[in-house]
Design a protein around this ligand. Sequence first.
Ligand SMILES: [Ca+2]
Length: 245
Amino acid sequence: MRNCATALGIVGLAMAVGLGAQAAAPHVFSLTFDDSGNPGQDSSGNGNDATLNGGATWVAGGQSGGAIQFDGVDGYVEVEMDVPEFNFTMGLWIQTEDPAAGVYSVLDGIAGAGGHDRHFYLDGGNICFRVWQGAGWCTTTGVADGAWHHIALVAMDGEGQHAYVDGVDIGVFDYDHSDFDWQKRVWIGFSNDGANSYFTGLIDGVTYTDAALSQDDVVDELMSTAVEPQGKLTTTWGGVKTDYR
Ligand SMILES: [Ca+2]
């Protein structure tokens, strides 16, 4: 009986922890760009604030609240930190008409000097990814139509990569983690793998999460970071948004 009671206690504790954790995914950083006075503020609580560099400027009209506008020349947003190589999820909202833009990457030195990895980039308008030592891979999903699209990549140990656009599963790839463990910074609005390395357009709601999120979590925990009560998305995801902290 005593063992049974202990087991029940553990189950109860696990449920409590589970319930407590459901409100927010374990973001390494979460950038909403909503504060014009401090646009790089990390809202994850981890203090991994971003800096705006070159032709990257804050604008009021984002996917939700403010966003960052990138000039396609030398603009990028940087989070200078080490991020997980295993069981991670990267996500962000983009609005662009450049079919060959670099979008998001993890770098050693400035602009990828010394190594670069975990690329989001466009090729022929379609969203592509590369997690080293896996090869680059492209989906057949176009996102360079000038509309807002949410893009997420999940790397799950033993499973592989899953890509999502606007919450829809749009592709898988077998390499399940990154071997690039000497990186020092994350750049938003840039990828060495894009023919145009620097992004042209708007980016909002950027997350790096220390977990391989499910498709439901991508919708609940990533897309909602920037969803406001306006337009079509609210109708679709409004019930979910109220759970986000
Ligand atoms: Ca925003």
